[in-house]
Design a binder for this molecule. Structure first.
Ligand code: SF4
Length: 475
């Protein structure tokens, strides 16, 4: 079931339409939403256009160029393999990670690349043929990828920006609200203040507002939304459980050992019950799976994919021990994810969820704010307390830079997710202990995050040219 498209939500940059639940939470592969999932989607979109314009014909020449952070850290993020798979028509949602890795190896060994899976002969084009320009940022966004294919006398070309969370934006797309008619949503909002007003006027909770809007977007209505949310949670849960049961070394050359499975065993042996440490370990389990290039749900990005599922895993364990699949647990899953999506959508609309744009505050900070809001909702918070929880979690990630060692989403990313999951729990508890009144509004903290990101040196925005990435030897 396709609930929504993540391609070019053109009203995002300045329009009124905020990202939907299934745009923020989408099933993909690791290790990076902006560097793996987005480029694969862009490549697939270009390949499908070529196939439509030149059916059954292989190109005479093909060129792909990546710029900025995509080029600087693309090797560690599997960007170049993802581009090849996308050019062959692969989709992050459905591609088998292991089969994909084998196919990239085949193409790099000389097998012809078939645009959009075309039966035509194909063209020799491997990851080494992708032009990399790490020091060049040409457009509005740091992650740019340009495609060109020649068919006889005709040239087909397209340029995209990968803008975080797996979202792509085509160069030249009109981002004004008029370019994309707003969805027929009964309760539109684009800021924390508007969300609070909508809740007040409608009498709905944050989750109720988002559900009504999301149901209006989809043919399947509320039932389809519910089904989609359960599907998202089942993939999140599978990812946690895969991480908790897998040992060994992560790929990429840093020789980082997986730790989640060992930590989980130790916690069980200690009889620690359902302590918040489970949230830390579950988040690390997800991010270890992500680092291994396996199936993961963006939440709202891959690098920060552990926090939202881990906090939910912990909450369900406390609220429904031994009954994860009960009707009450399923209801909790939906309330949590809908509430978290409201916060993620606002942040994406008003600032950014991309480490390449605003540093890790936009990835891990956003995920922590989303999780805090969802947890607060499960604890019975009203809309003001939900907004407060998100604000607290985001406030204490302000200024967080993105400096992954070796361009791999491993150090500091895996532990950072584990710590941020506990911050989300603390923020939710602080918020529900009050009455929703607080000095700093969520909108103010999001604007502060945006400004801080704008002031941040490029070195700290997913280029691996500063911070830990330069102060820690890679081996
Ligand atoms: S440091 Fe943060 S933003 Fe950068 S890759 Fe890691 S998780 Fe993503």
């Amino acid at each position: 079931m396709t609930l929504s498209s993540r391609s070019a939500p053109a009203a995002d940059a300045s329009g009124e339409r905020i990202a939907g639940v299934f745009e923020l939470f989408s099933i993909g592969i690791g290790p990076s939403s902006s560097h793996t999932v987005g480029p694969m989607r862009a490549a697939r979109e270009f390949a499908l256009e070529c196939a439509a314009a030149h059916p059954g014909v292989a190109p005479d020449a093909l060129s792909v160029a990546v710029y900025g952070s995509l080029a600087a850290t693309g090797k560690g993020h599997n960007t170049f393999g993802a581009v090849l798979l996308g050019l062959e028509g692969g989709e992050p949602e459905s591609i088998d990670p292991e089969a994909g890795r084998m196919r990239v190896d085949e193409i790099d060994a000389g097998a012809p690349l078939r645009l959009a899976g075309s039966p035509a002969a194909g063209i020799r084009f491997g990851t080494v043929d992708i032009a990399k320009h790490p020091l060049v940022v040409r457009g509005r966004f740091a992650n740019e990828i340009a495609f060109s294919a020649r068919f006889g006398d005709t040239v087909q070309a397209a340029t995209f920006f990968s803008i975080g969370g797996g979202f792509i934006l085509r160069e030249g797309a009109d981002p004004s609200p008029a370019a994309v008619p707003p969805a027929a949503e009964p309760h539109p909002f684009a800021s924390g203040a508007e969300l609070l007003a909508v809740c007040r006027e409608s009498g709905l909770s944050v989750a109720g507002v988002v559900l009504a809007n999301e149901a209006a977007r989809h043919q399947q209505g509320a039932e389809g939304v519910s089904e989609g949310l359960q599907r998202i949670w089942s993939v999140m849960r599978e990812c946690i459980e895969a991480g908790l049961s897998t040992e060994g070394e992560l790929p990429g050359g840093l020789r980082v050992p997986r730790r989640a499975a060992r930590l989980a065993r130790a916690l069980v042996a200690d009889g620690a019950g359902n302590s918040p440490e489970w949230a830390t370990i579950a988040a690390m389990a997800v991010n270890e799976e992500n680092a291994a290039g396996n199936r993961v749900v963006t939440a709202p990005t891959n690098g920060a994919a552990g926090i939202v599922p881990a906090a939910l895993y912990h909450a369900l364990g406390r609220r429904h021990p031994d009954a994860f699949d009960s009707a009450d647990a399923r209801r909790d899953v939906e309330v949590y994810l809908l509430t978290a999506a409201a916060i993620g959508g606002i942040i994406k609309q008003r600032a950014s969820i991309s480490g390449a744009d605003v540093g890790c505050q936009g990835e891990v900070g956003s995920a922590s704010a989303m999780a805090a809001a969802g947890l607060a909702a499960l604890l019975g918070a009203n809309a003001a307390q939900v907004e407060n929880a998100a604000e607290v979690a985001m406030e204490h990630h302000l200024g967080l830079t993105c400096d992954p060692i070796g361009g791999l989403v491993q150090i500091p990313c895996i532990e950072r997710n584990g710590v941020a999951a506990v911050t989300a729990i603390t923020a939710a508890k602080l918020a529900v202990s009050g009455d929703g009144a607080h000095h700093v509004s969520f909108d103010q903290v999001v604007e502060t995050m945006r400004q801080t990101g704008a002031d941040m040196s490029d070195k700290y925005r997913e280029t691996s040219r500063g911070g830990l990435a330069v102060n820690v030897p890679e081996c």
